[in-house]
Write a protein that binds this ligand. Sequence first.
Ligand SMILES: Nc1nc(C(F)(F)F)ncc1COP(=O)(O)OP(=O)(O)O
Ligand SMILES: [Mg+2]
Length: 214
Amino acid sequence: MNLRDSLKLYFVMGSQNCERSPVDVLEEALSGGVTMFQFREKGNRCLEGKPMMELALELQHVCQKYRVPFIINDDVELALKMGADGVHIGQEDESIGAVRKKLGDKILGISAHNVREAQLALESGADYLGVGPMFQTTTKNDCRPVQGPKVIESMRKMGIRLPVVGIGGIHSGNVHKVMEAGSDGVAVISAISKHPERTHTLFQGVQDSLLKSF
Ligand SMILES: Nc1nc(C(F)(F)F)ncc1COP(=O)(O)OP(=O)(O)O
Ligand SMILES: [Mg+2]
């Protein structure tokens, strides 16, 4: 599956986002249609060291079973050490050029909050952009001001064709707004980690929006 298709329903999760076993949540999410997964162990109560590594390996194993790309957030060394399919880094993380050198042709995702950051990420070799926050979110307490899907529309109007996922407060009730703005897919945390049984409804929402756009 090409990267643009893999970005349709991008589940981002760490143990801190789950009320029960993260492995069970991921298994249920993958069977519900998740097309790409990012391990984002971050914030208070997150695991570190050996427990974090063990969970990462278990989650990677589940992704391999479903043939879904397994991405690590922020920690490039961990991604290389465990043979992840790629990393996602933000504006304050390591420089894009330096990470691209370490990664070779693995997937490199970059957080972008405006057209300028998107243009820079494109020129520096990003494979996809995570753009947000789309809506109010309780998951990320240090996020930038809410932009809404119009920032994706602006990126497309400025000719940025790179694969894009919106992130931030997305659920089945607003997923169509992100897709109609020109996004290739959506990245979600709580909408799936708190309700993995609703994954298929979210996936259907993405699919319906894509069908309407043809
Ligand atoms: N993890 C992420 N994944 C995406 C995705 F691509 F999945 F949409 N977009 C944005 C982020 C944010 O990453 P984080 O490390 O929390 O913050 P920062 O961007 O400040 O590094
Ligand atoms: Mg980051």
